[in-house]
Design a protein around this ligand. Structure first.
Ligand code: 1CP
Length: 356
């Protein structure tokens, strides 16, 4: 809570958003109910999203401030979640830096020229500050509509960004970036530093324009050993998170398969750590210690189970979450595209009823 005093004058976090369940919980303060939001809540599971996106490419949609704001607001209106997450993508700052990246429907981010050598890394373009203007405008428009509901800004962590840059697209084991760390550590460091600067600037633009919390997504960090994480990744993630430290907003750090990395992810500079569905929250909280808030970790697979089975699972998640100094309910990973939106709305009501 002390950190909140650093939030700039005029920022929405000084108003009603400060008393929201999300912000209070992230600050380990008592809240009126347990807050809930869903990773990938803005996206393919909503018919109004598919309608809004019709005929518009993914990156084009991200760079259209009115459309990005509308898509960000859709799940808040429909589900009554306790936070909006800004509609964008982890590769948007790369695109704004003029890297040849596209998001291919049904596949994900693809680079025309993968970044494989020290020379490729040295040739990466810097992100000009003015290129972030469409992001600032989309965030301002969103926050103006959200009122008391906080907006979470986000960025990709350096390893996850580098995983796409080096592979040139989605991959399973992220072998190429993990090889680069050992084969050419200097090139790896330069690439991770570039990613940290670029993601850091993207985070900062969102907070300055009105986001009241941030989440750093290191979705693929779980493919790393703890030793590799500590030696080749942690300092770069810390640098990305440090880009918003002076702005005082709470910071969430998330990855999947990161049971062994939780303490190291906390130490990169997070107030809250996102936990996937593979380890129970009480176990995660024991690893994280008494000062770190946890976020998670309803198994997305259970969204397709009968309601009483989902409710029993959600009760168990709530029970285990009580061992942490604060608990933000989320899924263990993103909303599956085929999810029935009514299941999400009903789950929000259930979490609020159980915890009020
Ligand atoms: O609702 C929200 O969560 C906000 C929007 C959002 C966020 C936070 C999108 C929209 N992408 C992201 C982050 C993101 N992008 C992550 C981290 C979160 C996670 O682990 O899920 C990652 C890994 C990406 C990369 C990416 N972009 C993928 C994954 C590919 C892979 O390696 O498996 C995909 C499919 C995309 C495209 C994308 N981003 C977002 C949407 C709605 C889509 C689908 C676009 C479409 O085809 O219509």
């Amino acid at each position: 809570a002390r950190r909140l005093s650093r939030v700039p004058h005029g920022h929405p976090l000084h108003g009603a958003v400060r008393d929201s369940a999300l912000v209070r919980t992230l600050c380990a303060l008592p809240a009126p109910h347990t807050p809930v939001w869903f990773m990938r809540q803005a996206g393919r599971s909503l018919p109004e999203y598919r309608e809004a996106r019709r005929g518009t490419g993914m990156l084009e949609a991200c760079l259209d401030p009115a459309l990005a704001a509308e898509i960000t607001l859709q799940p808040v209106r429909r589900h009554g979640v306790d936070a909006a997450i800004f509609f964008s993508d982890i590769v948007v700052p790369m695109k704004l830096a003029s890297v040849d990246v596209d998001i291919v429907a049904g596949r994900g981010p693809v680079l025309e020229h993968p970044v494989r050598t020290a020379a490729d890394v040295a040739a990466l373009p810097e992100l000009p500050d003015a290129a972030l203007d469409p992001i600032r405008e989309a965030v301002s428009r969103t926050v103006a509509e959200l009122g008391e509901t906080p907006l979470i800004g986000f960025a990709g962590a350096p390893f996850t960004i580098a995983a796409y840059a080096v592979e040139g697209g989605p991959s399973r084991d992220h072998l190429r970036p993990r090889t680069m760390m050992h084969a050419d550590p200097a090139a790896w460091d330069a690439l991770a530093q570039w990613a940290a600067r670029t993601s850091g600037a993207f985070l900062r633009a969102q907070v300055e324009a009105g986001a009241s919390a941030v989440q750093l997504f290191d979705s693929w960090a779980g493919s790393l050993s703890l030793a590799d994480y500590e030696q080749h990744v942690q300092a770069h993630s810390a640098q990305a998170l440090a880009a918003v430290e002076d702005l005082g907003v709470p910071r969430i750090h998330f990855g999947t398969g990161t049971g062994e990395l939780l303490g190291a992810m906390r130490d990169a500079g997070a107030d809250a750590v996102g936990v996937d569905y593979r380890i129970p929250l009480d176990v995660a909280s024991r690893r994280l210690g008494e000062r770190t808030v946890v976020q998670g970790n309803i198994d997305p697979a259970l969204l397709g189970a009968p309601r009483d089975v989902l409710h029993e699972h959600a009760r168990d998640v709530l029970r285990r979450g009580r061992s942490a100094p604060g608990h933000v309910v989320n899924l263990g990973h993103g909303v599956p595209p085929e999810t029935d939106p009514d299941v999400l709305s009903e789950l929000v009501t259930f979490i609020h009823k159980e915890t009020r």
